[in-house]
Design a protein around this ligand. Structure first.
Ligand SMILES: [Zn+2]
Length: 319
């Protein structure tokens, strides 16, 4: 991860000219997270964003992205939260390949998965691909995203961001795609957000999980999340047993770390919290009983999320 001062980098055609930057007062320098592509396998790269919350400095790019060379153009997995960050993703892609960005796959509904779609459709004539249900949920959440925490964090860096949706919409819960020489198996997860999905590249044995898997930081259960769906989708991922996982957030990992940071936590939420809810144990007692869970205290954001997650998992299983 790199944080650079804002004037050190020209931001594409829409950015400031180098001459103007040279004249910019030093005091105007603002820290800017600049995404970089790291190699995962031959022709496959990941952008691993910071694991902190959305901030002005990371311009809402606190998540991971995929870059796949297909032989007939680049497939970008998820498009970032804004037009501003889409330009930075575009530059990161250009650092590793000269191939044009031809396809965008949206693995989810959270802001950082898709609000850069419009930029790539406009600037690259890229085809955006997503499940029908992903598009429906993006439409349902778009206003919340654009007027909520994202805007609070990124302020003027939200300028020029317009919600735009998939050109190719996949029915159902599973699909296979052939893009150039690359084959992908897609599957809905409906866990962190309804309409979320994951992608598996069988030849490369790599899974891009979207917001199903969090490594290094604790996953968050929102009121609209489904712990039950997360648990079930995780079992499918475990059965695939990919050699390499690019999680939604956190480092590129093998299944051992994914199991420790996410799989075991879904297990805990279902078998400890869910079971207690079904047994009608009082909510406050369950939250107190599980406030300290040493198996998960190494995860960033434990303090901010864990008790809330227990609470929301309880409510889901109580129904
Ligand atoms: Zn996310």
């Amino acid at each position: 991860m790199t944080i650079r001062a804002w004037p050190s980098r020209r931001l594409g055609a829409g950015g400031l000219a180098a001459g103007a930057l040279a004249l910019a007062p030093v005091a105007a320098a603002e820290a800017l997270y600049v995404p970089e592509a790291e190699p995962v396998a031959d022709g496959v790269y990941a952008i691993i964003g910071p694991t902190d919350a959305r901030t002005y400095e990371n311009h809402g790019m606190n998540a991971n992205y995929g870059i796949v060379e297909t032989g007939e153009g680049v497939l970008l997995i998820d498009s970032g939260p804004t037009a501003f960050s889409a330009e930075l993703i575009e530059e990161a892609v250009a650092e590793v390949t000269e191939a044009p960005i031809r396809w965008i796959l949206n693995l989810g509904v959270q802001d950082h998965r898709w609000l850069g779609n419009d930029y790539f459709q406009r600037e690259h004539d890229a085809e955006v691909i997503a499940f029908e249900q992903t598009v429906r949920q993006q439409q349902a959440f778009a206003t919340d995203h654009l007027e909520g925490r994202l805007k609070e964090a990124v302020q003027d860096r939200l300028a020029g961001t317009e919600p735009a949706y998939a050109d190719r919409r996949l029915p159902g819960e599973e699909a296979t795609l052939a893009l150039g020489e690359v084959r992908l198996e897609l599957q809905r997860t409906d866990a962190h957000f309804p309409g979320d999905a994951m992608a598996y590249l069988p030849e490369e044995d790599i899974a891009f999980t979207g917001d199903l898997v969090y490594v290094d930081r604790m996953l968050g259960v929102h009121p609209w999340s489904s712990v039950q769906n997360g648990y079930e989708a995780y079992q499918e991922l475990a059965a695939l047993d990919p050699e390499t996982v690019v999680p939604g957030h956190g480092r590129v990992s093998g299944m051992d770390r994914v199991e420790r940071d996410t799989g075991a936590y879904y297990e805990f939420l279902v078998h400890e919290v869910g079971a207690a809810a079904e047994d009608l144990a009082p909510l406050q007692e369950v939250v107190e009983r599980h406030r300290e869970e040493p198996a998960f205290q190494h995860l960033e954001h434990y303090e901010g999320w864990h008790a809330t997650n227990v609470n929301r998992a309880y409510l889901e299983f109580q129904q």
